[in-house]
Write a protein that binds this ligand. Structure first.
Ligand SMILES: Nc1ncnc2c1ncn2[C@@H]1O[C@H](COP(=O)(O)OP(=O)(O)OP(=O)(O)O)[C@@H](O)[C@H]1O
Length: 295
């Protein structure tokens, strides 16, 4: 599926005097699955809301296929932002049922796949006659996921879709995502805190830290740049001299450093009397965004 590029340039967003996004640039290319990770309050939901014109920006531009997305239905027809249902939003409409919600989605999304939606309803064992305000947290997540998948939108964005799901449903969700991607090649952008579980699904990872994009690159390429180097503190210090050290942990004279580096300097390090071990995406995330909290 050939779709346009979703692009943010120079985004700024503040709530009162708190700056949440700072001069943020981001390019979402067609036909890729992106994982968006960041600490609590990093600005993920705010960013996703602005990318999909559901939230306002203070400065900057968001375009789809070169056209601004703000108040541009032609551009927004290509983008689905399926976010967690807020039971409080529905408390004033106690009779709103899943069926009504799906009917609205069918009208809103031009590519709505009714047959796929029905299949997912059955697979998730959701009763469309059930009221939204009576759904469990997991069932709310399932409705959110169902809408995202059945929208068939070229760019489909989900904000923490797996948070309310049990482990079996989370695995099923990732499988559905990958099956859909294999079939349609549409773009997915998914935010999550369950990093390691999702690492193998996301071919690209975006790390948002305090309103700034720290990384936006292939997951394997990113993780491959980081290693733990451990051993006697003197040797570790010597080896790390030319490398970027993100964090250190010491027990007596034994030291472990999380480092980023490649090339000659790393090759030299590998020859020294130290243990070198790979890091996983979660370790990399903590090293980059821990800001000393985990030392
Ligand atoms: N409507 C709002 N009014 C005021 N402050 C807000 C509003 N929405 C978000 N914020 C603040 O902006 C910051 C970023 O919030 P946001 O929800 O975008 O972060 P997040 O990365 O999605 O966080 P989490 O992972 O905890 O869900 C937080 O400090 C939050 O309190």
């Amino acid at each position: 599926m050939l779709t346009g590029i979703l692009k943010a340039q120079g985004l700024y967003k503040s709530y009162k005097d708190k700056e949440v996004l700072h001069n943020l640039d981001l390019t979402i290319e067609p036909g890729k699955i992106y994982g968006l990770i960041g600490r609590n309050g990093a600005g993920k939901t705010t960013l996703l809301g602005i990318l999909t014109a559901q939230n306002t920006k203070d400065r900057g531009e968001v375009t789809y296929d070169g056209q601004p997305v703000w108040e541009n239905q032609a551009a927004l027809d290509n983008i689905c932002f399926s976010r967690e249902l807020q039971p409080t939003l529905f408390s004033g409409q106690n009779n709103l049922k899943i069926r009504h919600y799906l009917r609205s989605a069918a009208i809103y999304y031009p590519g709505w796949d009714r047959e796929y939606a029905q299949r997912l309803l059955e697979e998730f064992k959701l009763d469309e006659k059930k009221k939204i305000c009576q759904l469990s947290k997991g069932q709310m997540s399932m409705v959110t996921i169902l809408i995202a998948l059945a929208s068939r939108s070229p760019i489909t964005i989900l904000d923490e879709p797996a948070a309310g799901l049990d482990v079996v449903m989370r695995e099923r969700f990732y499988q559905l995502l990958l099956d859909d991607f294999a079939q349609t090649g549409r773009t997915f952008l998914v935010s999550t805190h369950i990093i390691e579980e999702a690492a193998s699904v996301f071919e690209r990872v975006i790390i948002l830290d305090e309103g700034r994009i720290l990384e936006n690159c292939p997951t394997e390429e990113l993780v491959g740049q980081f290693r733990y180097i451990s051993g006697h503190e003197d040797v570790v210090d010597q080896v790390c001299a030319g490398l970027e050290v993100l964090s250190t942990h010491q027990m007596g004279r034994h030291k472990t450093a999380a480092v980023r580096g490649s090339g000659v300097k790393l090759q030299d390090a590998l020859k020294a009397d130290v243990d070198v071990s790979p890091m996983n995406l979660q370790n990399v995330f903590v090293a980059l965004c821990g800001h000393g909290d985990t030392q």
